[in-house]
Write a new protein. Structure first.
Lengths: 416, 586
């Protein structure tokens, strides 16, 4: 509401209702593109940058993209702005690091670029403060090195609708382009380039890693988009929770800042597209190590609570059972289900261990405002405890994933 | 010289149930709202996070979530002939502080008063004749009827999320509910909680004695629940850390679980913690308030200008602020003139513990509002002439926790220390169940609140002074119910018992109830009430004071349901009538 007032006020001074309209459209583009996810630091002014993005080559700090002429992008023309967003080239000609997903934004339409530009110039408050400089190791701190990277990895600007279906095409535009889902959900090659930029590549959106976190596959038969109903998928993306699980970590921010704002039509398009690009081959799919057919004696053991039960089970009862319950299934939309949970069962247990140590919080959205949180247990449980607990959960009920060693917990703890 | 903040449309004093729900209503009407909370910020995580919160010593014995008497307290005396002394150690009642207020540390019993209790004076006059009321008993009508409030009770129950069973659905008596309750438009939002074994035994005995037992209405979630604000509750796990604690499990309804995250999303809402409101500032003509002055965390004075002031603090603090700010004439018990401070009342409570050598009750399995009650002896069912007192109550089983430091009942006659005590603890822990009483407290001409002439708080303000004692009417009532509880002991074949029912002067050292009420009561006559039927000050029309301070006397049921309904009722009057034309609504 306030934003609209601000936009109107700015537009009136500019004497153009068109500008206000454009800026309002641009606000939505900025939301779908989730610019704030990286360019707004926790507790910082909107779009003033300063968020550290860890990369294998060092920390990259996001830049100030408010319309401040000195420290932001206030002196960018539309053409210069476009070149930065879709080509990854700064006003001064230097190349941006590909932490900026210009390889995805390359698909954004001219009209959307113009609206986005109007939004940043007219409706975002300028912040007269520099963002910290990035801190990459040699030789990665030499930006002209990026030119070679770009020649090899950068897709062409423009979006060719791949389908005969308007909804699927819209979905592809949002997921592959503006929403840059592939930036996290696709694997990366040795050059840290995203593998595949469209569904034509069978590596695209098949999962990746982000720091110590596994990023789930979105295409395999056992992946969430292929298993869940349309409604469950919409609920997850717009509220950060559904009957099975809850968004946490980066995805919670994606939901809060971006996905919850998607129009109903765009959300339907995203879901239709994700359903459409499912892959039959399950070779790479490790999400659901659920050992179908295994008998579940865990619930009975936890209910009986005999003192001689294994240590992991005892730790579970003492720390987790109050919410996740003896069945491991928690309660829909409030306490995530641990049985068949992709974060719990991933080959890369970093995210699971981090949640146990540090806790987790659901996003606060318009449809589901409660920022339900799990406290961290890192100050209470030793590395051995966490390893025993996590190993228990990964093998309890019908879960069937491997043991976790204390050494792995120690490593995650050191990175917190 | 106080610093001045940017003016807002409405300032709310206190961010508990009243403050948070009122803020939702006023921000929805488009107002810019600032809430000032004297205590710290509190969130489920980290403040109530498991396992830190499950600490009996810290929270239930040392009262971590409560008001510190060194910062803020009252003075108390039994009668006008005494010099009041400060309530230096929390005992009989426990005012909360911090975001969530008492709504964070309560048990979660969410009742509605009976229809008769809202027009008590009229009802007694009609039914028994005015002569039955003793001369010094100042019973009044609330000025608002049950039928008018029903939609607001209904709405508040849906916001809070209550587990229970209707007894009277639009006039139809429902099996298993409270058949004596006033008609409700809809059933409780959730089915009743599971019952502990003591409740099963109690219900059986109650039926044998001719009563109609039903599960107590519990703001403890029996299942997952999403309220009209989109806020969510998770199912209660009966951990037994409800009263005096914040809920670690998103299961006990509180401003945190039911309102605040939704409120924090509103761009026209702001709250400041560690902001103690010192005074409501009035315009030179005294007819409107211009805002409030508060002390921030550093003790610096800040003026917050506002067009509307909502007093949403604990009952005692609302009255204190009105007296300190000159909002309405203070009450004088000698002449009966003035209304601010008039009709302070409390809650007559009691408890009987029954001991059974051969039963394991597993007392550590419990929930704040767990248990079964019967309302056959509610005020509306009583014959005052026959009983010899005006009042009523409900009795119930109540297994809320097995915390051994502050709740370790032992049979009467057990040594209070040493080897005998130790042996008794070993024998009896886990083998007792409680029958608790909660009953009415009538108001009296010289039971009131005013400013203390001697003692001051750290800001130099006079403390609030409470003049209160039990009267023969209430003491007789307590003995009546003590005998009813003893009948249960005989019916159930208890091996031994112990009980606590007031039988003399009001003892401030023993916890009894935090249901302090009155002092700025509502009504339709400005001579005998401080606020009108819309909870608006008669004298300063842009000040509203919804809360337990509005109760002219105390009914037997827990106050939160009524407080919530009055908040929504006042909010409707503000939104639909007052804002368009600010003026006295009566």
């Amino acid at each position: 509401m306030r934003l609209k007032i601000l936009i109107t006020a700015l537009a009136l001074t500019a004497g153009s209702a068109f500008a206000a309209d454009e800026a309002e459209k641009g606000e939505y583009i900025a939301q779908l593109g989730d610019c704030a996810a990286c360019h707004t630091a926790p507790g910082g002014a909107p779009f003033a940058g300063g968020l550290a993005i860890a990369s294998p080559f060092g920390d990259i700090y996001t830049t100030n993209i408010t319309p401040d002429p000195q420290y932001g992008i206030g002196d960018y023309t539309l053409e210069e702005f476009d070149r930065a967003v879709r080509r990854g080239v700064r006003k001064d000609g230097a190349n941006l690091y590909p932490a900026m997903p210009y390889t995805s934004y390359a698909k954004v339409s001219d009209a959307n670029m113009a609206a986005l530009y109007a939004y940043f110039m007219k409706a975002v408050a300028p912040v007269h403060k520099p963002a910290p400089a990035s801190d990459l190791r040699f030789p990665f701190n030499i930006r002209f090195g990026m030119e070679g990277w770009d020649i090899v990895n950068r897709p062409e600007v423009g979006f060719t609708p791949p389908y005969d279906d308007a909804q699927l095409n819209r979905g592809a535009y949002v997921v592959e382009g503006l929403g840059h889902c592939g930036a996290c959900h696709s694997p990366r090659n040795l050059m840290q380039a995203q593998e595949g930029y469209t569904a034509a590549s069978d590596r695209f959106l098949t999962g990746g890693t982000l720091g110590v976190w596994p990023v789930p596959d979105l295409r395999g038969p056992e992946s969430a988009p292929q298993r869940w109903s349309d409604a469950e998928l919409v609920e997850y993306l717009t509220t950060g929770r559904n009957a099975y699980t809850a968004a946490t970590g980066e995805m919670a921010l994606v939901v809060e800042r971006s996905m919850q704002h998607a129009t109903e039509a765009d959300m339907a398009a995203i879901v239709a597209y994700l359903k459409h690009i499912g892959l039959p081959a399950a070779a790479s799919d490790k999400a659901a190590a659920t050992g179908a057919g295994r008998s579940d004696d865990t619930t009975a053991m936890l209910t009986a609570a005999k003192p001689d039960m294994p240590e992991g089970a005892r730790l579970y009862l003492d720390n987790c059972g109050a919410c996740h319950t003896v069945s491991g299934q928690g309660a829909p939309r409030v306490f995530p289900n641990l049985v068949g949970n992709s974060l719990v069962l991933s080959d890369n247990p970093g995210g699971f261990i981090e949640v146990i140590l540090k806790g987790a919080m659901m996003p606060s959205t318009r449809r589901a405002p409660a920022a339900l949180a799990m406290p961290g247990f890192g100050d209470r449980l030793s590395d051995d405890d966490v390893a025993a607990l996590a190993s228990f959960i990964r093998s309890a009920w019908t879960n069937d994933a491997g043991k976790i060693e204390a050494e792995a917990v120690k490593k995650i703890r050191e990175q917190l | 010289m106080a610093r001045t903040q940017k003016k807002v449309d409405a300032v709310i004093v206190g961010l508990g149930w009243v403050g948070s729900v009122m803020a939702m209503e006023l921000t929805a009407a488009g107002l810019d709202v600032v809430a000032l909370e004297r205590g710290p910020d509190r969130k489920t995580v980290p403040t109530f996070a498991y396992p830190k919160i499950a600490d009996e010593l810290r929270y239930a014995v040392r009262y971590e979530l409560m008001q510190r008497p060194a910062d803020s307290t009252v003075t108390i005396r039994h009668n006008t002939g005494q010099t009041a002394l400060p309530y230096r150690r929390l005992g009989s009642f426990l005012p909360g502080t911090g975001v969530g207020g008492a709504g964070a540390h309560w048990n979660g019993l969410l009742w509605r008063p009976n229809a008769e209790e809202l027009r008590l004076k009229s009802w007694i006059d009609e039914r028994f004749g005015a002569d039955i009321i003793p001369d010094d008993m100042t019973i009044q009508d609330f000025g608002v009827d049950y039928d008018e409030l029903e939609p607001y009770f209904d709405r508040f129950e849906k916001i809070v999320g209550v587990s229970g069973k209707a007894g009277n659905l639009n006039g139809a008596i429902m099996d298993g509910g409270n058949p004596f309750e006033a008609p409700r438009a809809s059933d409780y939002p959730m089915p009743p909680l599971e019952q502990t074994y003591d409740a099963v035994l109690f219900a059986k005995a109650a039926r044998n004695l001719g009563y109609h037992p039903f599960p107590k209405p519990a703001a403890n979630a029996s299942q997952v629940y999403t309220n009209p604000y989109g806020m969510q509750l998770g199912p209660c796990n009966y951990c037994g850390f409800c009263e005096r604690f914040g809920c670690l499990n998103y299961s006990k309804s509180s401003p945190q679980t039911c309102v605040l995250d939704a409120l924090y999303q509103r761009p026209n809402f702001e709250y400041r913690t560690n902001a103690t409101v010192l005074k409501v500032e009035l315009a030179p003509d005294g007819k409107t308030a211009t805002g409030v002055t508060y002390a921030d965390a550093k003790g610096e004075e800040v003026f917050q200008p506002a067009d509307l002031v909502i007093l949403a603090a604990f009952q005692l603090n609302n009255v204190h602020l009105m007296l300190l700010s000159g909002i309405g004439p203070p009450y004088d018990p000698a002449t009966g003139a003035g209304a601010v401070g008039r009709n302070y009342a409390y809650q007559m409570t009691g408890a009987t513990s029954l001991f059974f050598k051969n039963i394991d009750f597993n007392p550590f399995v419990g929930a704040g509002a767990n248990g079964v009650a019967f309302a056959d002896l509610a005020l509306s069912q009583m014959d005052f002439a026959k009983n010899g007192f005006i009042g009523g109550g409900y009795q119930s089983s109540q297994q809320t926790n097995g915390q051994p430091i502050h709740h370790l009942p032992l049979p009467e006659g057990t040594p209070a220390w040493g080897a005998g005590w130790k042996k008794a603890v070993g024998e009896h822990y886990g083998h007792s169940m409680d029958i608790v009483l909660q009953s009415t407290n009538m108001p009296y001409r010289d039971a009131y609140l005013d400013l203390d002439p001697t003692y001051r708080d750290p800001f130099g303000r006079p403390l609030l002074r409470m003049t209160f004692d039990w009267r023969p009417n209430e003491l007789k009532q307590a003995q009546f119910f003590k005998e009813k509880a003893a009948e249960f002991g005989r019916e159930m074949g208890a091996d031994a018992s112990t009980s606590f029912y007031p039988d003399g002067h009001y003892d401030t050292r023993v916890y009894q109830s935090t249901h302090t009420v009155g002092g700025a009561i509502m009504g339709t006559d400005r001579q005998t009430s401080a606020i009108n039927r819309y909870l608006q000050s008669w004298d300063v029309h842009n000040v509203f004071a919804p809360g337990a301070n509005a109760f002219p006397q105390n009914f037997e049921y827990n106050p939160t349901g009524m407080i919530g309904a009055l908040t929504l009722w006042a909010a409707r009057a503000i939104r639909e009538d007052y804002l368009a034309n600010p003026r006295p609504l009566m």
